[in-house]
Design a protein around this ligand. Structure first.
Ligand code: AMP
Length: 421
C-alpha cells in the first residue's frame, strides 16, 4: 500500500516523499481512512509506530479541504501533548508534512517566554500543538480562542492522565463545540483513558497498532568493562575507530556531560551537551543542529533526553550504567527507530556491576562483552593478606575472561563483536 491508495493529496505526498516516507506504517494505514471519513478515533499505538503522521496527515488534508472561516485565520486543529519535547516534535512533523500547504501551525508550551506565542496567536493560526498548562494560561488571558476547533487530538493520553492533566483537559475542551472530530492516541488503554474517551468522544472507532519490536531484539548491544577514568579515552577510541555516524552519549550529571564534551572537542570530535540547566530554546536548537548533522556526538542527561527522537541515530552509549534498569531500556530505545539498524554500547566500571546485573535480569539476556580493548578494567579490590603477604592488584579483565566468553556466547556471541558500520 502507498499513500496514494489512502487518498492523500499530491501536495502532502510530495512532502512525505521529500522526507523519505515511501509507504504508510501500520497505524497510518488503519487510522488515515477513518480520520478522513471524519469519525472519532481511539487508537492504541506506541511512540515509534508513526502515530504522529497518522493524525497529522489527515488533519492537514481535511483542514486544507474544509472551508475556512471568514477573516483572520482561526484555530481549527488542536493537538494536546503531555510534554514540551513531544509538542515540539509534533510541531516539526506538521511543518514537514504541510510544507506545500497554506496552513499556519504554531506550538505552545511553558518554560519559554510567552511573547513569540502571543505574536503568532495575534496574527492567526490554523493549527496549534500545545501542552495543557500554557494553553490554559493563554486561554485565560484571552489570547487563544478554541471555540472554532473542528479537530481535537489528545496525544499520549495515558501520559497526559498520569501527569495529572485531567482537569486541565476538561477545562480546555469545554469551549470546543461538540460536533468536533476527536482523536485519541495512547500507548496503553487503562480505565482512566477509556473513561475520558467516553466523556469526550462520539462513538469512536477503535484501532491498535502492533507493538514496535522491543529494543532488546532490534538493537545490537555490547558491553565494555572499563575503569571510570578511562571511559573518556575509550569513548574517543571508539568514535575514531568504528563509530563514524551520529552518537548519543548518556551521562549521569550535567557536569559529566560538559566534561565529556570538552574532552571530545579536545580530541577533534564535534560534540554538544544537553541537560536540565539549559533553557528550553537552547535544548531545541541543540537537538535541531544534531538532527541536521551539525555535530557528531550529543551528550545528554536522562532528564534532558526525554522525547529525543532522531530517525537516523546510529548508536547510543551508556557512559554510565543507569540506576534504574528501565532507564537503560529507555536510553537504548533512542536508536533503531523507524525500522533502522541501531547499536547500543555500555561502559561498566567496577562499582556499576550490580546495576548491570539488574538490567540483564530485566531484559532476560546478557549483553555481549567486548574483551579486546585498550582499557581493560583493573580490579581495585585488595586481597586481604592471608599470611603476612601484601595485597595485590589484578586485572579483572583477565580474571574473568572465561566467564565473559560464556556470557558472550549465551547472548548470541558474534553480534556484539567489533564491526564497522
Ligand atoms: P512516531 O511514532 O510518530 O514518534 O514516529 C516514529 C518515527 O517514524 C518518526 O521519527 C517518524 O519520522 C517516522 N515515520 C513516521 N511515518 C513514517 C513512514 N510512513 N515512513 C517512514 N518513517 C516514518
Amino acid at each position: 500500500m502507498n499513500f496514494l491508495d489512502l487518498n492523500i493529496t499530491q501536495r502532502i505526498i510530495d512532502a512525505l516523499i521529500a522526507n523519505g516516507y515511501t509507504e504508510p506504517t501500520e497505524i497510518q494505514q488503519k487510522a488515515i481512512p477513518i480520520i478522513l471519513d471524519r469519525k472519532d478515533l481511539l487508537a492504541s499505538a506506541q511512540t515509534g509506530t508513526g502515530k504522529t503522521a497518522a493524525f497529522a496527515i489527515p488533519m492537514l488534508q481535511l483542514l486544507t479541504q474544509k472551508k475556512k472561516p471568514k477573516g483572520q485565520r482561526k484555530v481549527r486543529g488542536l493537538i494536546i501533548s503531555p510534554t514540551r519535547e513531544l509538542a515540539q516534535q509534533i510541531y516539526e512533523s506538521y511543518i514537514t508534512y504541510g510544507k506545500f500547504l497554506n496552513l499556519k501551525v504554531g506550538v505552545i508550551y511553558g518554560g519559554v517566554s510567552q511573547k513569540r506565542q502571543e505574536k503568532f496567536l495575534r496574527s492567526g493560526v490554523d493549527i496549534i500543538i500545545s501542552t495543557p498548562g500554557r494553553l490554559m494560561d493563554l486561554m485565560e488571558q484571552g489570547l487563544v480562542d478554541v471555540s472554532n476547533v473542528e479537530m481535537l487530538v489528545l496525544d499520549e493520553a495515558d501520559r497526559l492522565l498520569d501527569m495529572g492533566f485531567i482537569h486541565d483537559i476538561k477545562v480546555i475542551v469545554k469551549p470546543i463545540k461538540t460536533e468536533r472530530q476527536t482523536l485519541l492516541f495512547s500507548a496503553t488503554l487503562p480505565k482512566s483513558v477509556l473513561d475520558i474517551a467516553k466523556e469526550l468522544m462520539d462513538n469512536p472507532v477503535r484501532i491498535a497498532a502492533a507493538k514496535v519490536s522491543s529494543p532488546v531484539e532490534a538493537i545490537e548491544q555490547s558491553l565494555y568493562y572499563v575503569d571510570p577514568d578511562n571511559k573518556k579515552r575509550l569513548l574517543v577510541d571508539l568514535i575514531k575507530t568504528e563509530l563514524n555516524d551520529t552518537i548519543l552519549v548518556f551521562a549521569r550529571t550535567k557536569n559529566n556531560t560538559e566534561q565529556i564534551v570538552t574532552y571530545l572537542e579536545k580530541n577533534d570530535i564535534t560534540a554538544r551537551a544537553i541537560h536540565g540547566d539549559k533553557s528550553q530554546n537552547k535544548r531545541i536548537k541543540v537537538l535541531r543542529d544534531f538532527k541536521n548533522y551539525q555535530f557528531q556526538v550529543l551528550v545528554a542527561t536522562d532528564v534532558a533526553s526525554r522525547g529525543i527522537d532522531i530517525d537516523s541515530l546510529a548508536c547510543v552509549i551508556n557512559y554510565n550504567i543507569p540506576e534504574e534498569a528501565e532507564t537503560y531500556i529507555h536510553r537504548i530505545g533512542r536508536t533503531a527507530r523507524a525500522g533502522l539498524e541501531g547499536r547500543a554500547i555500555a561502559f561498566c566500571d567496577y562499582g556499576e556491576r550490580g546495576l548491570l546485573k539488574d538490567i540483564e535480569k530485566l531484559m532476560e539476556l546478557q549483553i555481549p562483552v567486548i574483551e579486546e580493548h585498550e582499557y581493560p578494567m583493573i580490579d581495585e579490590t585488595v586481597t586481604p593478606p592471608r599470611s603476612g603477604g601484601g595485597g595485590k592488584r589484578r586485572s579483572s579483565n583477565k580474571k574473568n575472561t572465561g566467564k565473559r566468553n560464556n556470557r558472550s556466547r549465551r547472548a548470541g556471541g558474534g553480534r556484539g563483536g567489533k564491526r564497522k558500520r
